[in-house]
Write a protein that binds this ligand. Structure first.
Ligand SMILES: Nc1ncnc2c1ncn2[C@@H]1O[C@H](COP(=O)(O)OP(=O)(O)O)[C@@H](O)[C@H]1O
Ligand SMILES: [Mg+2]
Length: 359
């Protein structure tokens, strides 16, 4: 496996700030963006995360200039670029599917934008060589796309996106067509490269694990709007809404009763956060916070166990039929076979309380 080298052809003089202000875009009856507000800080690696169809690609294309809002504005370093055409936006973009020109070799693919700009042959060849080295493919310049693996093609696409020294790097699900192992390696390398270049980067993904692992901050989108933007640990530990809580990481819903800032759940009374009125609620609980232990008097029972490596994920069914997931260290999970009666407890406050979902 080749690795992207640390020899850099450039560092940016000043990283760009990007602002989306009230972006709205309809396609017929579909509202793709419904007032998106988001600021990307200079040099930041920001992941745009959300379910398919929530408007991620539309937002990215608006920054690149391929798409225009019905209302709202895109600003780069405070300058309104909403009406600036794509070729004058200074954005480098990498797409999900391999978008290399099949009839051009790697060098010519990387140099394509430079050629369009009228850069002299010698200069664009040397620039392409630098970039191929940057992405660890210095020896593959003569290869055509069909002679390269998926991961290599995406590295070339990355080199091509960086060739024009863009002020922002836009990555639209660049890893989703790759197999799992390549996906992991390449995302780490993209992250390292981004940090070295210091380039403001928007990385679109629907994969929450990918977003949390690479980004400085993650912006969770839902139905064309921003739901929450926060650093990965905050998003995971202190999600602002039930949607974020359940989209990011694994979460179980346990029925509870909310009263005066506390929730009664699993026979315990715990402090609780959430913007719902007192009464029946669901307590949202992470699997690593639930305790499960064999107990002949226990009213819950084990439904299934799954070995996940460092932990065993135990699915339990509570007396009322609710199922919950608990991650236990392997030594605590021995003997917890399906059917075992168990006691379930929660030693800390739930992540959030939310409106009770009907069963
Ligand atoms: N050119 C288009 N014509 C019609 N509908 C579109 C077009 N582009 C996007 N949409 C719709 O807008 C919504 C948001 O799309 P998109 O931004 O691609 O979402 P995401 O990238 O989050 O999956 C979807 O419902 C999609 O079908
Ligand atoms: Mg998309």
């Amino acid at each position: 496996m080749t690795h992207m080298t640390a020899t850099l052809p450039e560092t940016l003089e000043k990283a760009a700030t990007v602002e989306f202000r009230g972006l709205r875009r309809e396609f017929g009856a579909t509202v793709a963006l419904d007032g998106l507000d988001l600021t990307v800080r200079p040099g930041e690696f920001l992941a745009l995360l959300g379910p398919s169809g929530c408007g991620k690609t539309t937002a990215l294309r608006m920054l690149a200039g391929f798409e225009h809002p019905d209302s709202g504005a895109v600003l780069v370093d405070g300058e309104d670029v909403t009406q600036v055409p794509a070729h004058r936006r200074d954005a480098g973009m990498v797409f999900q599917s391999y978008s290399l020109f099949p009839h051009l070799n790697a060098v010519d693919n990387v140099a394509f934008g430079l050629r369009m700009r009228g850069t002299r042959t010698a200069e664009r060849r040397s620039r392409a060589a630098e970039l191929l080295e940057l992405v660890g493919l210095a020896d593959k310049g003569e290869r055509y796309p069909h002679q390269l693996s998926g991961g290599q093609q995406q590295r070339i696409a990355l080199a091509r996106a960086l060739a024009l020294r863009p002020r922002v790097l836009l990555l639209d699900e660049p890893l989703s067509a790759l197999d799992a192992k390549v996906r992991l390696t390449l995302r780490e390398e993209i992250r390292r490269l981004q940090q070295e270049l210091g380039i403001t980067t928007l990385f679109v993904t629907h994969d929450q694990e990918e977003a949390l692992s690479v980004a400085d901050r993650v912006a969770v989108m839902r139905a064309g709007r921003l739901e929450q933007c926060a650093a990965p640990a905050e998003l995971y530990g202190r999600p602002a809404t039930a949607f974020v809580a359940e989209f990011v990481g694994t979460m179980s819903r346990l029925p509870g009763e909310l009263k005066d800032g506390t929730v009664e759940v699993l026979g315990q009374r715990l402090p609780a956060d959430g913007e719902v009125p007192d009464g029946p609620v669901d307590a949202l609980v992470r699997p690593e916070t639930l305790r499960v232990a064999a107990d002949e008097q226990g009213t819950a029972c084990v439904v299934a166990t799954a070995f996940l490596g460092a932990v065993v994920r135990v699915t339990v069914r509570l007396a009322d039929g609710t199922e919950a997931k608990a991650d236990l260290p392997a030594h605590e999970a021995t003997g917890l076979d399906a059917g075992t009666a168990v006691g379930v407890s929660l030693p800390e406050r739930p992540v959030l309380v939310a409106a009770r979902t009907q069963k």
